[in-house]
Design a protein around this ligand. Structure first.
Ligand code: PEP
Ligand code: MG
Length: 898
């Protein structure tokens, strides 16, 4: 018989941490904690396969489920010595979702299930304070009605407010048991009125209502959005965890809290968490009351007046610290924990690998290696290469003046600035608008409904909530700067104002937030790029030891080349020479060259460009000091350079001493309908060899000068773009070699250089064997190769390509991640055929894919020698290349074992 339900508790479990796919993260970890003997309230998990069955069968359950759930309940009853629905000693349970990937707050939870008019009395009898029972019942009716019966939350909040007003009090805790019992009556009447049925009294009916609601919540809009943003497949489904309730709200010796075993923002190795006395778990996350630090050290540091858990409940704290450490050692990673203390006894409700900022991830991985917990290879595998981007985020310039208008919690590091918006809708509108504004989303507190606004905002600022509030957790996950709980700010959403210390800010005013310091600053404050030393350098060093592929940068300006060196580039894989032509001083000469109608005219313009090019190349060679530098000959779609307005035409006409009208008609002649497939690449050198000759001369003369200046021989690679086969490549190569000979003769030296080509056209990939007879290296230009293989214009793809991705006709944008089956196949063919003729041919990639981790994995598989990407992605590529090497080694080992 299929097993749909697995139990845990009392020192053992039917599941384990390995069964995450089946039990979801929460269920698997509850089972694991029970197995290693930690105090976990007993319960059972209904598997994710039930969810799959539920949606595949018109929202119905497998036949055996009912009996298995009943058996699960009997297990809880046996361990707790309570009865579900028992009028003397009732068992209450929580019902929670838990999918394979953590989706914090996206799905539904119900607490205190099993309460009805009878069991509430039993609960009251057994409690120190009868209030507790009626308060629990009130909360249960509200939660259940909202989640299962789909009644509005506000309905109950209004009744609660009215009750408080009547009594003349402001806090829930000031209501006595009679007030609460009355409130329960009012709630039940409201339910009956609005749903047409009395509130269910039968615990079994309550339980099945809750189970169905949790499964249904897998398809709620916020869960769907979250899955889309985090690439979580719909087919995974959620599990449902039913667990005996323990109460953090049983009075002053009870508490509930959340903690991380290390600081999730900085990675610092110190227990880090918050708790509330006499509260239920949801209160901590919701940010309704301000929680207190767990440790005494954190309390003192934060100058918090209320006591820490460490002093308030020393026994429970001591046990918790031991459990936290044990779990970290067990899972070999930083843990995110939820716990409850019920009348002094500690209960663990959740353990999972904690979400963290990139900065913390890095520090934790490096520390765990130094602590002997992880190997360097494991540390490399732990870090998501794309997340390194967060570390490259700007911070506030220490020299800049900070006009601090408010302080809050440093919830997610990095600085951001932008215009104030007060809603997620406004955030989306401003960012999507023509001007593409940057915005700071300012909210009292965010909720899961806000993720779309948080996603587009540059930073997030809230006035309530702690370090584990929704805003803080989600912002850290997204790598966005966030300041939470800036309590001195007053938001008036209707008026669209933010007031602090008498000063009023309006939507559209600019703020800067410092998510590392927890500060809110007036205006746009100067920011600086981060420093990449310490843990970053350590991890990068380990990655460099491991990786097989080299990492180069695409760079042409000296600033880019220096940045690339700073990020650890091992050379330049692509220098797009046309990018050097847009300078004010040069553009007129470039236009002259293009518009000249004879060789003489072109040579005249080229002579003006030669010294510029020579000094550009010399600077690049000097910065790269002996590292390989690949310089590509001119490859612009010509239209990029044509003069547009009359003023531009006049300037060129004057420089050439030509008639502006004649020039205008020459420009019109050069107009192309499809420039990307037009007069570009080596076609320019074929039509006008003198252009290639000038560039080759500039390259070689610069190489001689740079070698003299630095004392390092220059390794230069001259690259011919957009060839279709060997013949056009050879034509251009002959010109380059001739210039090299000439320069050698003039300088009486020997040049060390290679001539190779880009493989950017399907035909070139197919003709790779022939091309390799004379080409000394290939660099795959996968931007053009994608464009030409798919027949999708790089410049015009946006309006229709997204439809392909949205409708799942393509798995992702092929300009971002290489299309393995199609473009990848062409690359593989190019490599294979190239090597068949020239076994040691140097192979690289310089399309945008060279900085994309998934594409880098592909490059490792086909055995490229290097990847080349934009300077800021060099660190990402270094790490991704190391991970790719490790993966390849593992695959080899598995192969050998088989
Ligand atoms: C390419 O086509 O992949 C390439 C690197 O060249 P460009 O982007 O300059 O066309
Ligand atoms: Mg190209």
């Amino acid at each position: 018989m299929a097993k749909w339900v697995l139990t845990f508790g009392d020192g053992k479990a039917e599941g384990s941490a390995e069964m995450r796919d089946l039990l979801g993260g929460k269920g698997a970890n509850l089972a694991e904690m029970a197995n290693i003997g930690l105090p976990v309230p007993p319960g059972f998990t209904i598997t994710t396969e039930v969810c799959t069955h539920y949606y595949a069968n018109g929202r119905s359950y497998p036949a055996e489920l009912e009996a298995q759930v009943a058996a699960g309940l009997r297990h809880i009853e046996a361990v707790t010595a309570r009865g579900f629905g028992d009028a003397e000693n009732p068992l209450l349970v929580s019902v929670r979702s838990g999918s394979r990937a953590s989706m914090p707050g996206m799905m539904d939870t119900i607490l205190n299930l099993g309460l009805n008019d009878q069991t509430v009395e039993a609960l009251a009898k057994n409690a120190d304070d009868r209030r507790f029972a009626y308060d629990s019942y009130r909360r249960f009716i509200q939660m259940y009605s909202n989640v299962v019966l789909d009644l509005d939350h506000d309905l109950f909040e209004d009744l609660l407010e009215t009750a408080k007003e009547k009594k003349g009090v402001t806090e829930d805790t000031e209501l006595d048991v009679e007030d609460l019992a009355k409130l329960v009556k009012g709630y039940k009447a409201a339910v009956e009125r609005d749903s047409g049925k009395p509130f269910p009294q039968d615990p079994a009916e309550q339980l099945w209502g809750a189970i169905s609601a949790v499964f249904a919540s897998w398809m709620n809009p916020r869960a769907i959005t979250y899955r889309r943003l985090n690439q979580i497949p719909e087919s995974w489904g959620t599990a449902v965890n039913v667990q005996a309730m323990v109460f953090g709200n049983m009075g002053e010796t009870s508490a509930t809290g959340v903690a991380f075993t290390r600081n999730p923002s900085t990675g610092e190795n110190r227990l880090y968490g918050e708790f509330l006395v006499n509260a239920q778990g949801e209160d901590v996350v919701a940010g309704i009351r301000t929680p207190q630090p767990i440790t005494e050290a954190a309390r003192a540091e934060g100058k918090v007046r209320a006591p820490s858990l460490e002093t308030r409940m020393p026994e429970a704290f001591k046990e918790f610290a031991i459990v936290a450490n044990r779990l970290e050692q067990h899972y070999r990673d930083m843990q995110d924990l939820e716990f409850t203390v019920e009348r002094g006894k500690l209960w663990m409700l959740q353990a999972r690998n904690g979400k963290r900022t990139a900065k913390a991830a890095l520090k934790i991985a490096v520390d765990l290696v130094n602590e002997g917990v992880l190997t360097k290879e494991e540390a490399i595998e732990r870090i998501d290469p794309a997340s390194l981007d967060q570390l490259l985020h700007p911070t506030i310039d220490p020299k800049a003046e900070r006009k601090i208008i408010a302080s809050g919690l440093p919830a997610s590091p990095g600085a951001a600035q932008g215009e104030i918006v007060f809603s997620s809708e406004a955030a989306e509108e401003a960012v999507a608008g023509k001007e593409g504004k940057k915005v700071i989303l300012v909210r009292t507190e965010t909720s899961p409904e806000d993720i779309h606004g948080m996603h587009v905002a540059a930073g997030i600022l809230t006035t309530r909530g702690g370090m584990t509030s929704h805003a803080a957790v989600v912002a850290r996950g997204m790598g966005k700067p966030c300041v939470s709980g800036a309590g001195s700010l007053r938001i008036d959403e209707k008026a669209g104002t933010l007031t602090v210390g008498g000063k009023v800010f309006r939507a559209g005013d600019v703020l800067t937030i410092d998510g590392s310091a927890g500060q809110v600053l007036d205006g746009a404050v100067a920011m600086i790029k981060p420093e990449l030393s310490g843990d970053f350098a350590a991890l990068m060093g380990w990655a460099d030891e491991v990786r097989r592929m080299k990492v180069r940068a695409n760079a042409e300006t000296p600033a880019d080349a220096r940045a690339a060196r700073g990020f650890g580039a091992e050379g330049i894989g692509l220098s797009r020479t046309e990018h050097m032509f847009f300078d004010d001083e040069r553009i007129v000469a470039v236009r002259e060259m293009i518009l000249a109608d004879d060789v003489e005219g072109r040579r005249k313009a080229l002579a003006k460009l030669l010294p510029f090019q020579r000094s550009d190349f010399r600077e690049l060679f000097e910065i790269m000091k002996g590292l390989p530098v690949t310089i590509r000959l001119l490859d612009p779609p010509l239209h990029e350079f044509l003069p547009h307005g009359d003023k531009e035409v006049a300037a060129v006409a004057e420089a050439m001493g030509a008639d502006p009208d004649k020039l205008r008609s020459r420009a019109a002649e050069l107009h192309e309908f499809n420039p990307m497939l037009g007069f570009r690449g080596c076609r320019l050198a074929i039509a006008f060899p003198e252009i290639a000759e000038m560039q080759a001369r500039a390259i070689f003369e610069a190489a001689v000068e740079a070698a003299k200046a630095t004392g390092e021989p220059v390794t230069c690679e001259v690259m011919v773009p957009l060839v279709v086969g060997r013949a056009d490549f050879d034509f251009v190569k002959a010109r380059i070699d001739a210039v090299a000979k000439a320069v050698e003769a003039e300088t009486s030296g020997t040049l060390v250089y290679q001539v190779g080509t880009m493989i950017e056209l399907p035909r070139a990939a197919l003709m790779a064997a022939e091309i390799a007879e004379t080409a000394e290296f290939f660099s795959f230009g996968t931007n053009d190769l994608t464009q030409t293989a798919l027949g999708i214009s790089r410049d015009d793809a946006a309006p229709f390509l997204s439809h392909y991705v949205d409708k799942k006709l393509l798995p992702y944008d092929p300009f971002v991640t290489i299309d393995r089956e199609g473009v990848g196949e062409l690359v593989a063919i190019g490599c294979e055929r190239g090597r068949s003729v020239r076994p040691k041919i140097k192979l690289g990639i310089c399309g945008e894919h060279g900085g994309d981790p998934a594409s880098i994995a592909f490059c490792e598989e086909v055995g490229l020698d290097y990847v080349s990407c934009s300077p800021f992605r060099v660190p990402i590529a270094r790490l991704a290349a190391a991970q790719a090497t490790l993966r390849a080694r593992k695959a080899l080992r598995t192969q050998d074992a088989a």
